[in-house]
Design a protein around this ligand. Structure first.
Ligand code: PMP
Length: 374
């Protein structure tokens, strides 16, 4: 266990001053690295003005307005209304409620081995009951399909309120959508009137080398979910939809979703700074170059496969024990890697996007040495 003293860039330091290179970025949170100077400056600036003043939406707060504007400026015109929340799970809850209200239906379709969060609504979307057995009954009307399985798409029907998928599956061990799969989902949703929800809580904010992962596939969802990297290390999330869809939360009954701290002004100020750092063509291009460098360097007989979407990477080893031993070993060697919830044979590489090529070379050397020693 690591007791954190401070963190800077790609390093976390413990109480004894030992440096750990962070290859997981708090599971995709610290996309701009720890303590990015622009994020810290934005936080300090907002601290001098105001913190929380009122439940979200009651007052006009410029950090919220500016962040929403910056986000919608980057998004397809259909995604023009942002609802800020506190976390990824709350964004998922918001989207589930919105899909139900807008369609008047209650069935939801999710993918097997997806992770959408740990609140009871989000837990209902989890196919693996290992984590949810203790909390039954959860929400009724959830149907599962296997990601990339074309036949399963038929579970989306005129009864479906929303279909929630990770644009790139994270906890399943970085599974990319097959060519045409997201288009088929879009088509089925259009034909049945279900809302298509992309969970980019892990894959968004530059992680895949695009500001939003769906850009690569040219398919626009009805609701987009963001969190994690969005706040530059501060807690924030959002569900984003068309104004016409979002409006149903405001009437009959009113207050369709209430959140006290959602869109906290300090988190939004940090989010604006983080977005400015990430939404830079050079940085996004470098994400893909850094992905290629990892692929180039991580040749080892124990590496079976590397799956990746930008700097969202899974490295396949032989078995679960090997992965656990590997994570333990790299930890001792001052490098933080991690395993996946639904893929026991892979370890995770998801560093700050700002990691340098020298740091990647150094990290890769440690990884290869740890694999040698297994
Ligand atoms: N969706 C995805 C794809 C995630 O990876 C996560 C967090 N790992 C969540 C939702 C839930 O986010 P949070 O932990 O902020 O509630």
């Amino acid at each position: 266990m690591l007791e954190v003293e401070r963190a800077d860039g790609v390093y976390i330091y413990d109480r004894e001053g030992k440096a750990y290179m962070d290859l997981i970025a708090g599971i995709g949170v610290s996309a701009v690295g720890h303590g990015h100077p622009k994020v810290i400056a934005a936080i300090k600036n907002q601290l001098g003005k105001y913190l929380h003043t009122m439940v979200y939406g009651e007052h006009i707060q410029s950090p919220q307005v500016r962040l929403a504007k910056k986000l919608t400026d980057q998004l397809p015109s259909r995604l023009n209304s942002v609802y800020f929340v506190n976390s990824g799970s709350e964004a998922v809850e918001g989207a589930m409620k919105l899909a139900k209200r807008y369609t008047g239906r209650y069935e939801l379709v999710a993918c097997r081995n997806a992770y959408h969060g740990s609140t009871q609504g989000a837990n209902s979307l989890m196919s693996d009951q290992t984590f949810t057995r203790g909390y039954q009954p959860l929400l009724p009307g959830v149907k599962f399909m296997t990601f990339n399985n074309q036949e399963d798409i038929a579970v989306i029907t005129e009864k479906t309120a929303g279909v929630i998928v990770e644009t790139v599956q994270g906890e399943a061990g970085v599974i990319l959508p097959d060519e045409g799969y997201l288009r088929q989902l879009r088509q089925q949703c259009d034909e049945t009137g279900a809302l298509l929800i992309f969970d980019e809580i892990q894959a968004g904010f530059g992680r895949t080398g695009h500001l939003f992962a769906f850009e690569k596939y040219g398919i626009v969802p009805d609701i987009l979910l963001l969190a994690k990297g969005m706040g530059g290390g501060m807690p924030i999330g959002a569900f984003i939809a068309n104004r016409k869809v979002m409006d149903v939360l405001s009437h009959n009954p009113v207050l369709g979703h209430i959140t006290t701290f959602g869109g906290h002004p300090v988190s939004c100020a940090a989010g604006i700074a983080a977005l400015e750092v990430i939404n830079d063509k050079r940085l996004l291009r470098q994400v893909v170059e850094k992905e290629a460098l990892f692929h180039h360097l991580l040749h080892h007989e124990k590496v079976k496969e590397i799956r990746s979407a930008g700097l969202m990477m899974a490295v396949d080893l032989d078995d679960e024990k090997m992965v656990q031993d590997f994570c333990q070993k790299t930890h001792e060697m001052g490098l933080l890697t991690d395993w996946f919830l639904f893929n026991e044979t892979s370890f995770r590489i998801a560093p700050p996007l700002t990691i340098t090529t020298d740091e990647i070379k150094k990290a890769s050397k440690i990884i290869l040495k740890a694999l040698d020693d297994l």
